[in-house]
Structure formats: C-alpha cells, structure tokens
Design a protein around this ligand. Structure first.
Ligand code: NDP
Length: 285
C-alpha cells in the first residue's frame, strides 16, 4: 500500500535539509535570510498556519518576524507596515496571511509588496513572469505539487493533466506549471457540467476545490496519479481532502494523503522562496 503514497512529509523534509544547508552557507557569509509575516485579526486557522511558518523558519535558521495587527487595522496602516518591510534589509520575504478582514482590499495589499520580496508569488509581476516561464517566485502550493511529482518520478510530458479548481492561488497556476512541463491541461470548475467526463481522462488529476471527499472512484481513470490539495473537515471533524481516499485507492497508481501530502510542501516552498530571495540579494550586492 505504502508505495502508492506520495509522502509530502518525507519529500518536504528532504527539501528542507537542502535549504538548511544553503541557509548555513549564507549565514557563514554574514547573511541571514529573513521572512516577515503579517497577520491581521484573529482567524484561528491563520494563527495555526502562521505559527507553523515561524516554527519552520526557526528550524532552518531563517530569521522570522511576526507582525500581529488587530482586526480593526485600516488598509492605510497595513500598507505602511508593508512599505517599511519593503525597505528593511533584514527582510527577504514578506507574507501577508490571507484572508484579510473584509474592509481591506486584498489585491491592493498584494500589489503593495515589493515583487523582490513577494515570496507567496501572488503579485501581478510574479504571476506574469510565471505565465511567461521567466524566473520568479512561484506560488507555494502549486510549486510544491510540482516537486511532489518530480520526487515521485511521475512523468508529466505528454500526459493529460486535469486540474479541478481555478483559484488564483492554486488551480490556475497549477495548470500553468503543468503546461510548462508539456502536459496537456484541462481546467474544471463549478460550471463544468459533467465533471467525471473530464476527470476520468486524467493521467494526473489535481483537485483544489475545498469540498470534503467529493472525488470518488467513478471520477478516476485506472492508474491515474491523484494530487489532493483540499483541506477540509469530514462529518466527524477529522481533517480530510477533496478526494475520497479510501474509495479511489484501489484505482490509482499514486495518491497524496491528507494530511501529509500537499500541506507540508506549501510551507517548504515558502522557505525555498525566502532562500531564493536572500540569494538574489547576495548576487546584486
Ligand atoms: P477557492 O474556493 O478559491 O477555489 C475553489 C475552486 O473550486 C473554484 O475555482 C471553484 O469554481 C471550484 N469548485 C467549487 N465547487 C466545485 C464543484 N462542485 N466542481 C468543480 N469545481 C468546483 O479555493 P482554493 O483554491 O483557495 O483552495 C482549494 C482547497 O485547497 C481548499 O480546501 C483549501 O483549504 C485547500 N488549500 C490547501 C493548501 C495546502 O497547502 N494544502 C493551500 C491552499 C489551499 P469556480 O471558480 O467556478 O467558483
């Protein structure tokens, strides 16, 4: 059974070892990579994500700074914090934890981050460069999925990849990265009339919807590789993906579990981007 599992925890740990080594080399040259995380308000899930990011930085020797702001913070106040971080030499990456309170325009905030420090890869400059296949910060979750496929020796060129979900942070960039590796890509979303007709054509199926266990055996082609990005709670409050793992398991060639699949890769790729930013600074100096 276990050889069908794409283990994000293990692959993430391997990548983190390399990051740790490279961070040490930079620190020996007097440069400590730095990540600033801004958290506005008291969303419980966001608190957990931010705590995990801080812990991961500490483990790898990356300096991290957490700026906690009350939920009443105005957009102008938040932009002022970002402007300061944009010119702070200790900081190589800036991450504003989403979602933001409703009175703040997320797009304004994303666009106020220097593209040189946009380690989430959400700034329009980063998105544009990604689409053009130019070097840039890649968005962490889809980039993490590409690493999972690479480390699991999944062939991508010439395969039919079906991406369910078209958010700007996961689905859309996911399809683009697969396309750049020569997959034939189909996007599905909430207006796709017959989802199974599309997903059963997938050699590689990536699901990023946010609906617990929606993908069943009937959605899967025998021998497909399935990547489950979803993070949901099932009827018993247990963490689960968008894919019904037990239902599809017999049919798939390989699959990511939830938890322990895509999740650990997202933070790992954030650290990769922070390191990349610090290295770029060294080259510029
Ligand atoms: P969004 O809500 O932004 O996007 C969901 C997408 O799913 C939309 O494109 C929507 O279509 C589509 N969709 C909704 N219902 C259906 C349906 N019935 N059939 C087909 N498509 C449908 O979510 P995100 O992309 O931000 O996140 C998706 C999931 O991934 C969530 O569970 C989230 O928690 C998880 N996630 C996990 C991460 C990790 O590190 N593991 C990181 C980021 C997200 P339409 O555009 O038409 O509305």
């Amino acid at each position: 059974m276990s050889n069908k599992l794409i283990n994000g925890k293990e692959i993430g740990a391997q990548i983190r070892l390399t990051i740790q080594k490279e961070v040490k080399e930079l620190v020996d040259q007097g440069i400590t990579p730095g990540l600033a995380v801004i958290l506005v308000g008291d969303d419980a899930a966001s608190h957990t994500y931010v705590a995990n990011k801080e812990k991961a930085c500490a483990q790898l020797g990356i300096y991290s700074e957490l700026i906690r702001l009350p939920k009443e913070t105005t957009e102008v106040e938040l932009l002022a914090h970002i402007a300061k971080l944009n010119t702070d030499a200790k900081i190589d990456g800036i991450l504003v934890q989403l979602p933001l309170p409703k009175h703040i325009d997320e797009q304004h905030v994303i666009e106020s981050i220097s593209p040189h420090k946009d380690v989430d890869g959400f700034h329009p400059v980063s998105v544009g460069k990604m689409l053009l296949g130019q070097p840039t910060f890649l968005p962490c979750t889809p980039h993490g999925v590409m690493k999972l496929l690479q480390y699991s020796n999944v062939e991508i060129a010439g395969k039919h990849a079906v991406v369910v979900g078209r958010s700007h942070i996961v689905g859309v960039p996911m399809g683009q990265l697969l396309l750049q590796q020569d997959a034939t890509v189909t996007y599905c979303h909430s207006k796709t009339p017959d989802l199974a007709a599309m997903t059963t054509q997938a050699d590689i199926l990536v699901v990023a919807v946010g609906r617990a266990k929606m993908i069943k055996a009937e959605h899967i082609k025998e021998g497909a590789v399935v990547i489950d990005v979803g993070m949901n709670r099932d009827e018993n409050g247990k963490l689960c993906g968008d894919v019904d793992f037990d239902d599809v398991f017999e049919k798939v060639a390989a699959i990511t579990p939830v938890p322990g699949g895509v999740g650990p890769m997202t933070i790992t790729m954030l650290l990769v981007n922070t390191l990349q930013s610090a290295k770029a600074k060294v080259k510029l100096a």
